[in-house]
Design a protein around this ligand. Structure first.
Ligand code: ADP
Ligand code: MG
Length: 378
């Protein structure tokens, strides 16, 4: 994929520069980011590459090698992408920057990505972050990485209409190779935690189930509303303030079973992030496996955002000798993570593939996740 050549053949001149921003997986801490909680994602080597030139005539031209269709030409001052079109993501970034007072006067953009789209690996944040970083550099905006992540999140929330948290954009903007990002979503403070499974003789597999269940569409907003109701009932601003040690007392105060389950998931998964970070700091990466499996059970039974394909990955991988496994991302399809001794990775992957074939599911895509670098100018 030669993004510069693609740009030149589209727009008739070389781009001013080329930027890349990665997709991600979240090691642990799911549905915690809209509860002011902790998350522990890392960046993948798969990234969205943006070739971009600055314009000063109010014209915004957008093209993606991955989307069918030609170049979309919009007014940079008030971009109105066709309804449901992918161009809402980059146009949303331009809009969010302008709303924040940054004079983005136009651009030519050509994108190409190696992040699978809709697999729960955050191709959307990769796209937003690559475009945000490019515009930051080309217009000399001087925004910090967390500020760019906020802009990218605002683009997706306000312009695309997806009420996502801040995790994906933060890790795409801030990740460091060989590390996971221990992020406090309350104030965006973070610490790079060394995490290099290969150096420990381990493999962390991503299993993209290649399914997406329609059920998931309204589920995110419903879980979010349920968590907010739980926080209100407990008299806290966000569920992050509920101490895991006092969880039984908090649960006893809740009448509604559904709210109780959601609170139990968020509070316990938040604690699992902290346990995982302590294990990584202690160099005990193998012990993270059972924490992953515990997290999966909580997502499956309490938050109820898993699906048969994700459960099958986790059960099969663990039965085949993995150290632990869980769904990652929003659920209802998408991807799962499997932590396994490097020498057993192939056998575990083969067991999952056999189980999928046996259940009549299409073959999953399986690849090792290597903690990689965040957004950068190439
Ligand atoms: P995920 O972020 O998990 O991959 P989303 O549904 O949040 O899934 O985002 C996927 C959407 O983002 C796609 O349907 C498309 O609109 C847009 N998108 C992502 N990457 C690209 C790309 N390289 N080119 C065009 N659109 C893209
Ligand atoms: Mg997304």
């Amino acid at each position: 994929m030669n993004v510069a050549a693609g740009f030149e053949s589209l727009y008739g001149a070389a781009p001013d520069g080329i930027w890349a921003a990665p997709g991600r997986v979240n090691l642990i801490g799911e549905y915690t980011d809209f509860n002011d909680g902790f998350v522990l994602p890392f960046a993948l080597p798969q990234a969205t590459v943006a070739a971009v030139s600055r314009r000063d005539d109010g014209v915004l031209r957008l093209h993606s090698a991955d989307a069918g269709g030609g170049t979309v030409r919009l007014d940079a001052a008030a971009p109105e992408p066709p309804p449901g079109d992918w161009t809402a993501y980059p146009a949303g970034v331009v809009r969010a920057l302008r709303e924040a007072g940054h004079p983005v006067t136009g651009a030519d953009v050509h994108l190409a990505s190696t992040v699978p789209s809709g697999a729960g690996l955050s191709s959307s944040a990769a796209l937003e972050t690559a475009v945000a970083l490019a515009l930051n550099d080309l217009f000399g905006l001087g925004l910090s990485r967390p500020e760019l992540a906020r802009i990218a999140q605002r683009a997706e929330n306000a312009f695309v209409g997806v009420p996502c948290g801040i995790m994906d954009q933060m890790v795409s903007a801030c990740a460091r190779e060989g590390h996971a990002l221990h992020l406090d979503t309350r104030d965006l403070s973070y610490r790079q935690v060394p995490f290099d499974p290969a150096a420990e003789g381990l493999t962390l597999l991503v299993v993209d189930t290649r399914v997406k269940h329609a059920l998931g569409d309204g589920a995110y907003a419903e879980r979010r509303a349920g968590c907010e109701a739980g926080a209100r009932a407990l008299g806290v601003r966000a569920l992050r303030e509920v101490d895991a040690e006092r969880l039984p007392e908090a649960l006893a105060l809740l009448e509604d079973d559904r709210t109780r389950r959601y609170v139990r998931h968020v509070v316990s998964d938040n604690a699992r992030v902290e346990r995982t970070v302590a294990l990584l700091d202690a160099g005990d990466v193998r012990a993270v496996g059972p924490v992953l499996t515990e997290g999966h059970a909580s997502l499956r039974d309490d938050l109820r955002v898993s699906c048969p394909e994700l459960d099958l990955v986790v059960e099969t991988a663990n039965a085949a000798g993995a150290l632990g496994a869980r769904m990652t991302g929003g659920g209802f399809g998408g991807s799962a993570l499997v932590l396994v001794e490097a020498g057993r990775a192939e056998a575990v992957a083969a067991a999952v593939e056999r189980a999928f074939a046996g259940a009549g599911h299409a073959p999953p895509a399986v690849f090792p996740a290597v903690p990689s670098t965040g957004a950068r100018r190439l």
